[in-house]
Design a protein around this ligand. Structure first.
Ligand code: ZN
Length: 354
């Protein structure tokens, strides 16, 4: 964890950035829960929960009803453990279909505010199964939230089901089988997140093969907390079409060249990388070098409420800190649609609007 975000003064997002149609390709549904919504979830589930002993934030979240200020304090964590605790504080209060409907609907509302017209949010299905929960009725809630969100805010959503690397391949199979079963209900792909070192990509090879055979698209968090070899493995072992984070690709020139030549997109999350400490300082982030090397970069927020970032803010950081021109940003926005898992005709419709 590094508390420095570069300390440079950032301007608010320009009107150009706000109005640029964008797709968000690396967004965890659970990471979009804002403090007001977390407080609301806490009121819905006021029963005593497992004590978190969250000594890493300013609030001891021991299962009482959280106020909005409490929720804000939980998000002001100081290190990576604190971030995990914040994530847990949210997931422990997501219990019913109505909870998932609420957070999905609010996510759509926020995306619309950011000029985002399309998103492929990750859902931590692996975590739900790990906790022993059933998933189908929760997904019904998400789908209700998506339908209402699309109708009220004009944001289109397709889901990516996320398995957890360090829970192992047996748990991963459950996630993928569910994704296959629900693929007619706006599920477009699968991903793996979590501890890269504790859950090597090669363990998931057959799972990914099976997903692809059943018409699902493939992405994988890789090169976030470990080096380029993790990205090579995601590409070679998993045939991942996109790489989540890909931060450490820059350490291997051959890999950068391969990414550029193959047109493999990277879901770059600048603020997330700095806040988790995976990148030591904003100025050291390789986003500009990757872009200049011809890698198809897309820009995303990962867990916007927990990292205190927004999609337009991330675009503005590219401009203010890394000298991206408006034309460069237009390129990045185009990338976000080209790298999406939408059918070609739909991609073209969005691209025409840029
Ligand atoms: Zn992520």
């Amino acid at each position: 964890m590094n508390s420095s975000t570069g300390s440079e003064k950032l301007s608010g997002p320009s009107s150009f950035i706000r109005s640029l149609p964008k797709a968000e390709l690396h967004l965890h549904l659970e990471g979009t829960v804002d403090p007001a919504t977390l407080a609301e979830l806490s009121r819905r589930h006021p029963t005593t929960l497992p004590v978190l002993n969250n000594r890493y934030s300013d609030v001891s979240d021991s299962g009482r009803v959280l106020s909005e200020d409490d929720a804000r304090a939980i998000y002001r964590y100081k290190d990576f453990i604190g971030f995990l605790m914040a994530f847990k504080a949210v997931t422990e209060r997501l219990r019913d279909p109505d909870d998932y409907e609420l957070i999905t609907y609010r996510m759509c509302e926020e995306l619309a505010r950011e000029g985002c017209v399309y998103a492929e949010p990750y859902v931590s299905v692996g975590v739900i199964y790990w906790r022993g929960g059933e998933f189908d009725h929760l997904f019904d809630g998400m789908e209700r939230g998506r339908e209402r969100g699309e109708r009220d805010f004009g944001v289109k959503i397709n889901w990516i089901f996320d398995a957890v690397r360090h829970f192992g391949p047996d748990e991963g199979w459950k996630v993928v089988e569910k994704a296959i079963q629900l693929r007619e209900r706006n599920v477009v792909g699968i991903g793996i997140g979590g501890d890269e070192a504790g859950g090597p990509a090669e363990n998931f090879r057959e799972i990914y093969e099976n997903a692809a055979k059943n018409g699902l698209h493939l992405t994988a968090h890789a090169g976030e907390s470990t080096g380029p070899e993790s990205i090579w493995s995601a590409m070679n072992d998993l045939k991942a079409e996109r790489i989540g984070h890909g931060l450490h690709a820059i350490e291997d020139p051959e890999l950068v060249e391969h990414l550029a030549k193959s047109g493999t997109a990277i879901e770059v999350c600048v603020s997330s990388n700095v806040r988790t400490g995976c990148c030591r300082a904003l100025a050291e982030h390789p986003v500009r070098k990757l872009f200049d090397a011809g890698v198809k970069i897309t820009i995303a927020t990962d867990d916007p409420e927990m990292f205190g970032c927004t999609l337009t803010g991330e675009y503005q950081i590219l401009q203010d800190q890394f000298g991206f021109s408006d034309d460069d940003l237009r390129r990045v926005a185009r990338n976000s649609f080209e790298a999406s898992f939408l059918p070609e005709t739909e991609k073209q419709k969005y691209l025409a609007a840029i």
